[in-house]
Write a protein that binds this ligand. Sequence first.
Ligand code: GUN
Length: 283
Amino acid sequence: MSAQIIDGKRIAGEIREEIKREAESLSTKGVRPGLAVVLVGEDPASQVYVRNKAKACEELGFYSEVHRLSAETTQEELLSLIARLNAQADINGILVQLPLPKHIEEKAVIDAIAVEKDVDGFHPVSVGNLLIGDDALQPCTPSGVIELLKRTGNEPAGKHAVVIGRSNIVGKPVSILLLREHATVTICHSRTPDLPAVVRGADIVVAAVGVPKLVKGDWVKPGAVVIDVGVNRLPDGKLCGDVDYEDVAPVAGWITPVPGGVGPMTITMLMLNTLKSAKRAHG
Ligand code: GUN
């Protein structure tokens, strides 16, 4: 038996169709969701991400603004752009592409984004709301992981979920979301003793550490759901995840490929957050 593949591209496509229909119905009320994406500097990977975000907006009929600023932009200049976008009625979501150049303090920038437009879910108030269980905007990759589970019939309720990684962007928030979905959650990291033994106890494994092919077949309980958030580039230029796919697929019940698993969900959830924010802004 080999694992069933969780097709993130197909599921993301389904959600985008749902978003598109909602956006069309909003447009009859004169409401058009708007996203502002801010890129500072010329990081090549960031340029691709930003282009894809603008393209997704176009496909869904959203309004979008892309602000490309030079690497020499000062923190004050960036903060004043954010203040302007915070006040702009046609903008419902603001995303500042990370990483930022070293002379700009990331926290000051994230803190400056109006919470109701924080479509990344990185603002401390958004994080607090996530923890408390409010209906706040949720960070995109973690909420994409939850959608993949639910839309393949793998409800987290009552399951043991093991999350490998404790980053602010994925590990911590996905753990909280799994807890909110009534899973029993174990968070593992570089100091966890006997990681394979902990992972072996999991019904759901979420790998988000950035170590290529870390999770092996004999770490995984037969039939477990394995979600691979890792995106690592190998010396030969190929992408691979944090899960050794060839080794794990024969053991797992469900598995996400890399690419084509979690990746396509992230921008889709960003679009969903922008739509939610637009609906809230217009009552
Ligand atoms: N850079 C890499 N991933 C992300 C993300 O999810 N949001 C932002 N703002 N920057 C990123």
